[in-house]
Design a protein around this ligand. Structure first.
Ligand code: SAT
Ligand code: MN
Length: 608
């Protein structure tokens, strides 16, 4: 361990490099790739990460000494640190993210495409000598429990200590992962450098056929923590299609009823739609006896098991969550979880050097996310996409099954979006095929997790628009075929917590009260709850939702559980047009689902 500190200090203080770390692996494919990358990028030294807590602490020390991190109030926030990113590097960059396949059609209209040769040429030129004066870190990691047959491994090479520390919190990384990689022989290769952080020289490229990723010019989570969106979604979705499983942008949560029955559900919402809040939901006092267990807050890998049931693992082991809005009312579990052992990125601070963000109920910001004296004329104190990184073990409701190699059985799949209008609080698809259409039709108002305009509606099928590593039309075919292979199909639902009235007020209280909707969902899975049929699916009757001790008027509940036929007719037409933009590859079964529903909505007999 001394070695690392000595080496890092040497490099960081730009003294001549004196000592090296032993760096060998018995896997020659890995060793030769590391050698070749070192040749190309010219680091001053190489460190192979072992993943120990001591090593993590060393990285923290280094970042404190070079200013990458600052210490937060250690009395109130022990082991919490603040990172301020470059102000131009605060979100994912979809316009700079590419999928490089031989044929453009295989990447599909849902991805930016480059040929592998062009992609490599363009990005390799930027990697040329980019680690001179820096140190290179080799991070072997395992997405999923080390002993699970469903897990897949990768190695990320990076020049960013911030990435290493975040990968330690987010993944199972280090010696155990390396051992598995050496035994298996295959791994996803991820090469990352922060480069010069110039947005003009920033790219995130995926080469699914080579199982490799190259990312340069950004240190932001989704662009730089390559195990997350790049590997566990874009590359894994491609692997999953070949191997017969699903890699999805879904949280996994266990819901334990007062009677002690636990159902696991997997939910897909676009970024920053409250996935972390739902995954860590705190049951309200008005619903006594319920318990909620978090398996994951962002990504689910779903496999059919031998008995024909769907099982899920969370490939991650930590959370990279949106900070603003987190407080004791919205998400007490998260609020407590980030009071220790957390890396904050781009939050504001108070006079007492506590982290501060919009929606935090106590404290006053004195310094904004860019380190300037806070002045509301400059905008928000914390960046709207400011983040916390914590290990999942910090979560007070972390499920003991999150490490189970066999994963958990999934009772329901839930899609959702942020829609002011149109989408009811909840509805149930009539079949798996219909559920695939419901997923394909997901749309949401955009948020600050991606660079670009905020608040416009865009289609985000299965919440995978930025993350599906191949043509969506082929992805929907894969979903349809996957359903054929499952003997026990989970039910598929759609929820919308974000309906508003004409005054812009939310109709549904959200947060912990969302458990009432989940209660209906699991009772539907058990065949117990009532519903009425509509062209878009089964909706609860107002009395089917448990509203005990909930302050909600019958009119509002009625509005939340009904279908505006005219609006839906227009929506289904727009879904049809969207699907047709995928051309010949669009599966017929999906087109038929859309046509059947569109035809039903046009009939005059249906009354909402
Ligand atoms: O892309 S990140 O994983 O950094 C954040 C998100 O959009 O979910
Ligand atoms: Mn996400």
């Amino acid at each position: 361990m001394r070695h690392l500190l000595v080496t890092l200090e040497t490099v960081y203080k730009k003294r001549p490099f004196t000592e090296n770390i032993p760096m060998t692996t018995k896997l020659s494919a890995l060793q030769s790739w590391v050698d070749q990358v070192a040749d190309h990028t010219q680091p001053d030294a190489i460190h192979w990460c072992t993943g120990t807590d001591d090593e993590y602490q060393e990285f923290i020390e280094i970042m404190l000494s070079d200013g990458t991190l600052t210490t937060l109030n250690q009395e109130q926030y022990p082991n919490c640190y603040l990172h301020r990113s470059d102000p131009s590097d605060v979100a994912r960059v979809e316009h700079l993210t590419f999928v490089c396949t031989d044929e453009a059609e295989d990447a599909g209209p849902n991805n930016n495409w480059m040929s592998p040769a062009d992609g490599h040429a363009k990005i390799d030129a930027l990697f040329d000598g980019c680690m001179k004066g820096r140190m290179m870190f080799v991070i072997p990691y395992c997405m999923g429990p080390i002993g699970s047959p469903y897990s897949r491994c990768g190695v990320e090479i990076t020049d960013s200590p911030y990435v290493v520390a975040n990968m330690k919190l987010m993944t199972r990384m280090g010696s155990d992962a390396l051992e598995r990689i050496e035994n298996e022989g295959t791994f996803v290769r991820g090469l990352h450098s922060t480069g010069d952080l110039d947005p003009e020289r920033r790219f995130i490229m995926h080469f699914p056929d080579e199982l490799s990723i190259k990312s340069i010019g950004s240190g932001y989570g989704g662009n730089a923590l390559l195990g997350k969106k790049c590997h566990a979604l874009r590359i894994a979705s491609h692997q999953a299609r070949q191997e017969g499983w699903l890699a999805e942008h879904m949280l996994i949560v266990g819901l334990e009823s007062p009677a002690g029955a636990v159902h696991y559900v997997a939910c897909a919402f676009p970024s920053a739609c409250g996935k972390t809040n739902l995954a860590m939901l705190v049951p309200p006092d008005s619903l006594p006896g319920w318990k909620v267990w978090t398996l994951g807050d962002d990504i689910a890998w779903l496999h059919p098991d031998e008995g024909g049931k769907l099982r899920a693992i969370n490939p991650e082991s930590g959370y990279f969550g949106v900070v603003p809005g987190t407080n004791e009312t919205t998400n007490k579990n998260a609020y407590d979880m980030i009071m220790h052992d957390t890396i904050f990125t781009n939050v504001a601070t108070t006079e007492d050097n506590e982290p501060w963000w919009e929606g935090k109920k106590d404290g006053t910001p004195t310094t904004d996310w860019q380190g300037r004296a806070f002045d509301s004329a400059n905008g928000k104190a914390a960046h709207p996409n400011s983040r916390f990184t914590v290990a999942a073990t910090n979560n007070p409701c972390y499920s003991s099954l999150a490490d189970a190699p066999e994963g958990v059985p999934i009772s329901a799949i839930v899609f959702g979006g942020r829609r002011k209008q149109l989408a009811p609080l909840v509805y149930e698809a009539k079949s798996w095929k219909h559920g695939v259409l419901v997923g394909a039709g997901v749309a949401s108002e955009t948020t600050s997790a991606n660079v670009g305009e905020v608040g416009v509606i865009r289609r985000d099928p299965m919440a995978m628009k930025p993350f599906c590593g191949y043509n969506f039309a082929d992805y929907w075919s894969h979903w349809l075929a996957f359903g054929e292979r499952l003997e026990h199909l989970p039910k598929i639902f759609h929820v919308n917590w974000f309906r508003q009235n004409d005054e812009g007020e939310f109709l549904w209280p959200g947060f912990g009260e969302n458990l009432r909707v989940l209660e209906w969902i699991i009772e539907r899975c058990e065949g117990r709850a009532g519903a009425h049929e509509s062209p878009i699916g089964f909706l609860p009757n107002p009395e089917d939702i448990n509203t005990t001790d909930l302050d909600i008027s019958p009119q509002v509940l009625e509005a939340l559980t009904s279908v505006d036929r005219e609006q839906w007719r227009i929506e289904m037409e727009s879904v049809g047009e969207y699907l047709e933009s995928y051309g010949d590859r669009l599966p017929d079964a999906l087109r038929q689902q859309q046509q059947t529903i569109a035809a039903e909505l046009s009939k005059s007999t249906y009354k909402s």
